[in-house]
Design a protein around this ligand. Structure first.
Ligand SMILES: Cc1cc2nc3c(=O)[nH]c(=O)nc-3n(C[C@H](O)[C@H](O)[C@H](O)COP(=O)(O)OP(=O)(O)OC[C@H]3O[C@@H](n4cnc5c(N)ncnc54)[C@H](O)[C@@H]3O)c2cc1C
Length: 440
């Protein structure tokens, strides 16, 4: 592979085995690269931890070199954006125009196309994954032709195309539904007992626009990262009413909440790591895009010295999942940097890990030691399998892909859609072949 691109993923645990990496700077060049390839995979910002994006012996194509477009239709509340842009780059434009995305992931450095293709999500009882904001997408198909799919014009197939795992073509732009710009105040509470979390799961996760609980499992405690949504007009919160949403029960400045104490200073999710990498805490209001991610766009959150896994269970099963994982703490802790628990609203996207069910997601930032981590991942999967746990498509898991596919009620529709749009399997790699195997 030429050295013009990334030979490894962000974490460095995957060395891509593609023969060539294309980084076209025009739509025409992209179309020619796709049409001329025997097999090709789209590569986003390379933040996935497994071989989902790889193209063994074949072609990889990045859309990061296409002209960067952010066109905001202010009357419709929709932005047309180049798919290779990173969320951080788009967010500032939206904010300046008075708009926001409803939610963001923990990291603003990931590409929009790659994030949406894998069902990437943030947290929030009423926030769907990032792909739920996509109302249309433009993609280059196997013959190099450009197609457009939209929620309005293609209601049958569109929900199958958005979390598409790169199987339907190379996405060049997406239309994103916007909301009015808002501010966020972020607070960290420490010392939440995990027993208390199991009892008061709804109170914790219902307390703000986006809530995360970080834990190491072994201590029996966690910390709450609470992100409260504020009206942009400062008068609305400086007067004392901190959270504009009537359903949010908590008054954030409480020094002690559910037995947890407000942190005395800024924190990093991984104890001991520098808090300067993280977005502003302590309740200082700021724009949505500077608070919803945990990490700041101008810092690399870590050197990539980590692996990640994540499993989504139906929200109602969260207390059981907590109990199962606590009983595995002795195995998890030695290879864990930190775990994060989040909630995601149900959606209708066929391969979204939150498809058809409000979900609780259990995330693990592991040490970067694949050999030591994999058996523990398998043990976690064994405990969570009876709860119907779906693995994050872009992270480390050992569940066979066919088994993971069976957890999605619309998987056969997805297989039909892939067969229809890519009959020759041009966008297929071993990961995808295992997932769509039954149509072949
Ligand atoms: C530090 C870190 C923090 C993370 N935080 C979160 C988080 O908060 N929440 C969460 O859910 N996940 C998180 N992730 C996982 C990450 O969001 C996903 O792995 C996501 O897919 C990464 O996007 P990417 O652009 O790097 O995609 P890549 O890893 O490059 O590719 C992933 C998939 O997207 C497809 N793809 C990429 N571009 C295109 C395109 N233009 N057209 C069609 N298909 C395309 C690829 O073919 C591949 O199948 C995190 C990862 C890291 C490293």
């Amino acid at each position: 592979m030429p050295t013009t691109g990334t030979p490894t993923n962000w974490a460095g645990n995957i060395t891509f085995t593609a023969a060539r990496l294309h980084r076209p700077d025009s739509l025409g060049a992209l179309r020619a690269a796709v049409a001329g390839a025997e097999r090709v995979r789209a590569l986003g910002s390379g933040h996935s931890f497994n071989r989902i994006a790889d193209a063994p012996g074949a072609d990889l194509v990045s859309v990061a070199g296409l002209p960067p477009v952010v066109e905001i239709d202010t009357s419709a509340g929709v932005a047309l954006v180049s798919a290779g842009l990173r969320y951080a780059a788009v967010a500032e434009h939206l904010d300046r125009a008075g708009f926001a995305l409803p939610n963001l992931a923990s990291l603003p450095h990931i590409s929009i196309a790659g994030a949406c293709a894998t069902g990437t999500h943030g947290s929030g009882d009423r926030n769907g994954g990032l792909a739920t904001a996509v109302s249309a997408l433009r993609l280059v198909g196997p013959d190099g032709a450009v197609a457009e799919l939209s929620r309005a014009a293609d209601p049958e197939s569109f929900p199958g195309a958005v979390v598409g795992l790169g199987a339907l073509g190379v996405v060049t732009s997406v239309a994103l539904d916007l909301v009015p710009a808002f501010d966020v105040a972020q607070y960290v509470y420490e010392g939440l007992g995990l027993d208390r979390l199991a009892e008061d799961f709804d109170a914790v996760f219902g307390a703000g626009h986006s809530v995360s609980v970080f834990t190491d499992w072994a201590s029996g405690e966690g910390s709450i990262w609470l992100k409260l949504r504020l009206e942009r007009d400062p008068d609305a919160y400086l007067g004392g009413g901190l959270d504009t949403d009537a359903e949010f029960a908590v008054k954030a400045p409480e020094p002690v909440w559910l037995g947890a104490r407000r942190a005395a200073g800024p924190r990093h999710p991984v104890p001991g790591m520098p808090a300067e990498y993280c977005t502003e805490q302590g309740g200082l209001p700021g724009p949505w895009h500077e608070r919803l991610p945990h990490f700041r766009p101008d810092f690399t959150p870590s050197s990539g010295e980590e692996l990640q896994s994540e499993f989504f269970v139906p929200r109602a099963a969260a207390p059981r999942a907590l109990a199962e994982l606590r009983s595995l703490a002795g195995r998890i802790a030695p290879v864990l940097q930190i775990s994060e628990i989040r909630t995601i609203a149900a959606d209708d996207l066929w391969l979204s890990p939150s498809h058809g069910r409000d979900s609780a997601a259990f995330h693990f930032t592991w040490v970067k030691d694949t050999e030591a981590v994999l058996p523990v991942v398998a043990a976690v999967e064994e405990r969570l399998a009876p709860l119907g746990a779906r693995p994050h498509w872009g992270k480390v898991f050992t569940t066979p892909l066919e088994q993971a596919a069976a957890l999605y009620p619309r998987i056969d529709d997805f297989r039909r859609l892939v067969a229809e749009r890519d009959p020759g399997g041009k966008f297929r790699n071993p990961y995808l072949a295992a997932l769509v195997a039954r149509t072949e």
